[in-house]
Design a protein around this ligand. Structure first.
Ligand code: FAD
Ligand code: FES
Length: 279
């Protein structure tokens, strides 16, 4: 992991506030694994001061790295407007990764909205090992505008199952409905293949995925997102409650956690919601 300067080679708008940022000069990211992220800051003066965490979407040999982002605030808006040639400072690769694809296991990759990048990279890694058809991508969003890079995923050869809340593409409903349907499919097929779930997306989606995995006794990994100031375990701003220790830090111990390690957060979140509702 190190700090380095990179340049925007291409900035491709995908509509709906999503864009793919292609960077050159990212040789230090060679060998990065799916789930890892960078802290990135553009040449935009003092505001915002802190770099922003973004997951790696794809890393190529010639120092090229792709990131997929969605505009939610000032930092991502400035990135979206950065033209080719702009300089960015990058710290990475940071964090841990999902388990490697394996020919003994079917991986159900569950992505919600802009949680796609680490799972796209996992699918890419499976394709490189000739295992893409042995995994499945379950990808959900509010509308069809939230489902991006579909052509790129089909080109990897990974079976794709889509869900949108408004029914504009794929199953009408949440991606967790699609997950339950796929698990039912595997149960009905009486397959002896081992299943494993990996997920990234909004927090409520992750807890729902974790609960489904627990109820079916399936190994499950969740990639968490927290607001981050340093990305390297110094500011202690990204703490999450954990089973085996009082706290774990998303940047340094994660962002990928076994669901069993962090589901205490889900219980805490639902308890505080129901306590709030009684007041
Ligand atoms: C490990 C990790 C990987 C990430 N990967 C990606 C990615 O690949 N693509 C992508 O688009 N985004 C990703 N994010 C989220 C991204 O970092 C934030 O959207 C970004 O920092 C927002 O910066 P901003 O200046 O645009 O918005 P701000 O003005 O900082 O925030 C705008 C709003 O978004 C909320 N927010 C900011 N950061 C987060 C966060 N991490 N989680 C939940 N809410 C947040 C704020 O509370 C605020 O309401 C990732 C975050 C983490 C921790
Ligand atoms: S972001 Fe500073 S400790 Fe994790």
């Amino acid at each position: 992991m190190r700090y380095f300067d990179a340049r925007v080679i291409e900035n491709r708008s995908l509509g709906g506030g999503y864009f793919v940022f292609r960077l050159g000069g990212c040789e230090p990211l060679a060998g990065s694994r799916p789930g890892q992220f960078v802290m990135l800051r553009g040449d935009w003066g003092r505001d915002p001061l802190l770099p922003r965490p973004l997951s790696l979407l794809s890393v190529a040999h010639e120092g090229r790295a792709d990131l997929l982002a969605k505009v939610v605030g000032k930092g991502t808006a400035l990135m979206e407007r950065s033209p080719p040639g702009s300089r960015v400072s990058v710290l990475g690769p940071l964090g841990n990764s999902f388990p490697e694809p394996s020919c003994d296991v079917t991986d159900l990759l569950v992505a919600g909205g802009v949680g796609l990048p680490p799972l796209f990279m996992q699918a890419e890694s499976a394709a490189r090992l000739g295992l893409a058809s042995g995994s499945e991508m379950l990808y959900g969003g509010r509308t069809s505008r939230d489902l991006v890079l579909l052509g790129e995923m089909r080109a990897l050869g990974i079976p794709l199952h889509l869900a949108t809340e408004d029914g504009s593409l794929g199953r009408r409903g949440r991606v967790t409905d699609e997950l339950e349907a796929r698990l039912e499919h595997w149960r009905a097929a009486a397959s002896t293949r081992r299943l494993r779930i990996m997920a990234c997306g909004p927090r409520a989606m992750l807890w729902a995925v974790g609960r489904i995995a627990q109820s079916c006794d399936i190994e499950c990994y969740l990639s968490l997102e927290e607001q981050m100031a340093c990305g390297i375990g110094v500011c202690l701003g990204c703490a999450v409650a954990a089973e085996t220790r009082p706290y774990r830090y998303v940047c340094k111990d994660g962002p990928v956690f076994p669901a069993s390690e962090v589901m205490a957060q889900a219980t805490a979140a639902s308890t505080s919601r129901s306590e709030g509702g009684q007041q």
